[in-house]
Design a protein around this ligand. Structure first.
Ligand SMILES: *Cc1c(COP(=O)(O)O)cnc(C)c1O
Length: 332
């Protein structure tokens, strides 16, 4: 079976397991796990942020980051298919009391004029107050699309003028970095808070990191405990993250090449596949998913007539070639 349903499906490699087994640990709720502390500081430095906080999931990282910027009853603006509003099961409303409004952009891009239109920080006592804008790079449900740095900078410039905060959901910021060559610190510079994921393309079994100012991360640490996310000898997991950062960033280029290879085999212009996600419009998603699975390729439906596939660490060049051939057959 070649499993292309998600880049979360990777399994820790022998080298990663070795690093986990030999990790130095302590009780992280007491701030005494050196491996966690080192990981948090390392990721913060990579993005030029003051501090970081290790979380079990990207969803929790997003909830904690957004809560540091937006108070209960205030709103955040984001694209309509953003992970924070589509795939976190209402966590921001259910746990931290935040509402949202969205703009629609087919490729998940920024739409600054519309954002400026939506932005309402203080329209009296009758309207919800906008406190932040969230952007997603790469954009998952838009097909791994990259937000150009110039657009992000234009958003930052405007946000500074009006006093609006920016959250960057960078679950796959590593893919954007590798696809464009943009320095991670450039991405860090446009955001007040970020969430970055170690368990997608980087191949760790668990873990994300929230990044921001020392004060935002202090708040996030309190909220993480409140949500039941205070973890103990979790250096075992942070060690997997450290290993992923050491070994698995640059190789994301292979995933991108494999995604383009599969896209081309499926009759999709590979230049429309910027990173590791391929979205295909098909006559019937359930039928295509079932037919592909029967022939040994697992993909996922993301709409009634839309399927999504992702390349990752556990998909070799040969796997991609075979998957491409099988999917071409299924689509024909
Ligand atoms: C996967 C993902 C997350 C976090 O997902 P978890 O499954 O909670 O770790 C957040 N944002 C985006 C864009 C994602 O793709």
């Amino acid at each position: 079976m070649i499993d292309l349903r998600s880049d979360t499906l990777t399994k820790p490699s022998p080298g990663m397991r070795q690093a986990m087994a030999s990790a130095e640990v302590g009780d992280d709720v007491y701030g005494e796990d050196p491996t966690v502390t080192a990981l948090e500081a390392r990721v913060a430095a990579m993005f030029g942020k003051e501090a970081g906080l290790f979380t079990p999931t990207g969803s929790m990282a997003n909830v904690l980051a957004v809560a540091a910027l937006v108070s209960p009853g205030q709103e955040i603006l984001c694209e309509s298919r953003a992970h924070i509003v589509r795939a976190e099961l209402g966590a921001h409303g259910a746990f931290t009391g935040i509402t949202s409004r969205t703009w629609v952009e087919p490729d998940g891009q920024l739409d600054l004029p519309t954002i400026q239109d939506l932005y309402a920080p203080d329209m009296g006592t009758y309207f919800v107050r906008t406190a932040a804008v969230s952007v997603e790079n790469t954009h998952n449900f838009a097909g791994g699309t990259v937000l150009p740095l110039d657009d992000l900078r234009a958003l930052r410039t405007w946000a500074d003028e009006v006093g609006c905060a920016i959250h960057l959901d960078g679950a796959r910021i590593w893919n954007a970095h590798v696809a464009t060559g943009t320095a991670l610190s450039e991405y860090g510079a446009i955001a007040d808070t970020m969430a970055v994921c170690l368990s997608k393309g980087l191949g760790a079994p668990v873990g994300s990191v929230v990044l921001g100012s020392a004060e935002a991360i202090e708040q996030a640490r309190i909220r993480r405990k409140r949500l039941g996310g205070g973890m103990r000898q979790v250096g075992i997991l942070a060690a997997a993250g450290q290993y992923a950062l050491d070994h698995n960033i640059d190789r994301l280029a292979e995933d991108h090449a494999n995604a383009r290879l599969i896209a081309a085999a499926c009759g999709v212009d590979p230049s429309t596949v910027p990173t590791n996600i391929v979205v295909l419009d098909v006559p019937s998603a359930p039928e295509v998913v079932a037919a592909a699975a029967e022939r040994g390729v697992r993909i996922g439906a993301v709409g009634p007539r839309r399927v999504r596939l992702l390349t990752h660490l556990d998909v070799s060049r040969e796997d991609a070639e075979r998957a491409g051939a099988i999917l071409a057959e299924v689509l024909a």
